[in-house]
Design a protein around this ligand. Structure first.
Ligand code: C2O
Ligand code: CU
Length: 648
């Protein structure tokens, strides 16, 4: 069973527990003794089953089970045991004397077990990992309040009825005492706990704390060079961001936010060693705009992260980005301000850097960003199928770019191919594959290379046999009948390509950070929200991760939630170490974005070699907006920009 199946099963069992305990209380109060006994038996069994599901979950990783083991199950265990002791014998006896009332204490115990089950479930859904003292206090107090309320209700003469136990008042007093005691203990424990738990604003991952004392460099000083490398030229662009209607070639009108009134924005291409100089202007994006070079490890001051590396460019403002094109490959750019709206509506474009040696170029080289505008899927700038001619034997490169917030599935029908690069970085000796599905995370890129056969080749997106891209040797647009690619297996990069040396030992990290992704109640931008959380918090309340230049840094990224989170670190590519404990054994895979699916645990590592203050977030951009973001901060680097200046 996969971890996410286990998570779902545990949720179902937990819900059944809530329902069966409460139902047994209700039926017992209504003196439906046989039914109450049956439900009571069911509740006991379901509670035991819950112990099993939680135990199984904890073997997948403590992060999946911590709050259940430390709080949910103990609460349920205590309340359930009380219910068994107080209500069990009477329910069994009532089999022979149906219609007899249960004593108030038994009824209250049954309801309290239900409340405890409910509170445990609420803690999982609202607070999650890590469990805090305040969460525990609130949960225990809520169960006590529920018990008191139940005691009050069942102890009133009207509800208790003529045959009620003669001692409800005593029972109620006892519950008042117990509940009050528990609340006092909980409050005391929380107070003591809080004294020792100063809210961290920075975590060090087991490495040394900030050295302090030394001079700090500001991100505003970490700017790119002013000249190209020897032999390179300067590639200049001016991008003007604005709003307006953009008409696609099909005639469909998009109410867009766009660069230069184009969807996507102008394609930026350069040769290795060129200087890229882009002037960004804002003509009408009220929230402001920036340019972030996704996957490109630019100097930090060029990174376009509002609130970290610059202030957003406001109306009529301007910012000039300059960096050397020294990474070859397929990348993209997008606004990082209000990006969950800006990128979706069109503030994005591609960045492709080719080797200076033109001899390595393919005959047909297509850059294919995929984007969805209000349900309309656009590949490049076309929503209809596009046709390209390639002579048989021609070398072809297809640069797939996912600019959406969700993964896309690609299939290439009619030819064998290789995945030459992932996120712009070449794989080592990628083998030829065919009839496989390629799942591209949000923000990610795959470069496919193939030798054109003498028959047509089709690129399908998400199984759509009408759209996509057709390559034909003849230029004939009629195209072949396309296969159903739905059953094709997904290509797993875990064992693809050949191993090669990597520049550091992933098992000797200087710092190790764990990032637990979930949903829950947290502060986001100073407001409480049902947030997308990192370690139970939302940005900007998530502590910064501190590193020092040269550190080997390891991340464990855990997804406790039921949604996929494409994790993206700025300024660095990370080497994938393992997924769910299984090592990657093929080519080293360096990525800037990796999909952590529900229940998965990813280990990645990188060398901290690009000083700065870097955003580190989920690239499902609405998730980022809802709090799933933090910062990676180098010791000795400061920023004059704060999140407060970021209109988010
Ligand atoms: Cu492509 Cu911070 O993002
Ligand atoms: Cu996410």
């Amino acid at each position: 069973m996969t971890t996410v199946q286990l998570i779902l099963l545990d949720h179902v069992v937990a819900l059944l527990g809530v329902a069966s305990w409460i139902a047994s209380g209700v039926t017992a109060a209504l003196r439906r003794s046989r039914l109450a006994l049956g439900l009571f038996g069911g509740a006991v069994l379901v509670t035991l089953a819950r112990v099993a599901t939680v135990a199984a979950l904890s073997t997948r990783g403590w992060w999946f089970a911590q709050e259940k083991v430390l709080l949910g199950l103990p609460m349920l265990g205590v309340a359930g045991l009380a219910a068994v002791l107080l209500a069990g014998p009477r329910l069994l006896a009532a089999r022979r004397t149906p219609g007899e009332a249960l004593p108030a204490s038994g009824l209250v115990a049954l309801f309290t077990a239900g409340f405890a089950a409910l509170a445990g479930l609420a803690v999982t859904f609202l607070a999650g990992y890590p469990l805090t003292w305040s969460t525990a206090l609130v949960a225990v107090a809520a169960v006590c309040a529920g018990a008191l309320l139940a005691a009050r209700v069942v102890a009133t003469p009207a509800a208790a009825g003529a045959e009620a136990s003669p001692a409800p008042a005593l029972s109620r007093r006892r519950f008042l005492g117990v509940a009050g005691g528990v609340v006092a203990v909980g409050a005391g424990g929380t107070g003591v706990g809080l004294l020792f738990r100063a809210p961290a604003s920075v975590v060090t991952g087991g490495g040394p704390a900030a050295a302090g004392g030394g001079a700090t460099v500001s991100v505003t000083d970490l700017r790119g060079p002013g000249t190209p490398a020897a032999g390179g030229t300067t590639v200049r662009h001016t991008l003007t961001a604005g709003t307006g209607t953009v008409t696609l070639p099909s005639g469909r009108e998009i109410d867009a936010w766009a660069f230069d009134k184009r969807l996507p924005g102008p394609a930026i291409t350069a040769a290795e060693g060129d200087l890229i100089e882009v002037t960004l202007r804002n003509h009408g994006i009220d929230d402001g705009v920036t340019l972030h070079w996704h996957g490109y490890d630019v100097p930090c001051g060029e990174d376009g992260a509002p609130g970290a590396t610059q202030s957003a460019v406001t109306a009529r403002g301007e910012f000039v980005y300059r960096f050397r094109a020294d990474q070859v490959g397929t990348y993209w750019y997008h606004t990082h301000q209000t990006s969950h709206i800006g990128v979706r509506r069109g503030l994005y474009g591609t960045l492709v850097v080719r080797p200076r040696d033109a001899g390595r170029a393919e005959e047909l080289d297509l850059t294919l960003p995929v984007h969805t505008f209000d349900g309309t899927v656009v590949i490049g700038d076309q929503e209809a199928r596009t046709v390209h001619t390639a002579r048989p034997g021609a070398s072809v490169r297809l640069r797939l770019v996912n600019t959406d917030s969700v993964p896309h599935r690609f299939a290439l029908a009619g030819a064998a191919f290789r995945v030459a690069a992932v996120d712009g970085r070449d794989l080592n000796q990628p083998g030829e594959v065919r009839e496989v599905e390629l799942r591209l995370p949000a923000g990610g890129r795959y470069d496919l290379v193939l030798s054109m056969p003498d028959t047509p080749v089709a690129l399908l997106l998400d199984g759509d046999r009408d759209g996509g891209v057709l390559l034909t040797p003849t230029g004939d647009a009629a195209g072949p009948a396309l296969p159903d690619t739905a059953g094709w297996p997904e290509l797993d990069l875990l064992r693809y390509g050949e191993p090669a040396a990597v520049p550091f030992d992933v098992d000797r990290a200087d710092r190790h950070f764990t990032i637990v992704l979930d949903r829950g109640l947290a502060m986001v931008d100073g407001r409480p929200a049902f947030a997308q959380t990192v370690d139970g918090r939302g940005y900007p309340s998530v502590p910064d991760q501190l590193v020092a230049e040269g550190d080997v840094v390891r991340y464990t990224v855990v997804n406790r939630s039921l949604e996929t989170h494409p994790w993206h670190l700025h300024g660095h590519s990370v080497l994938i170490v393992s997924r769910d404990g299984t090592r990657f054994t093929g080519s080293p895979v360096w990525v800037d974005t990796f999909d952590v699916r529900p229940g998965e645990i990813w280990e990645v590592a990188f060398r901290a070699g690009n000083p700065g203050v870097w955003m580190n977030h989920c690239h499902n951009l609405p998730h980022q907006e809802q709090g799933m973001m933090l910062r990676l901060v180098y010791d000795g680097v400061s920023t004059p920009f704060s999140h407060a200046g970021h209109a988010g």
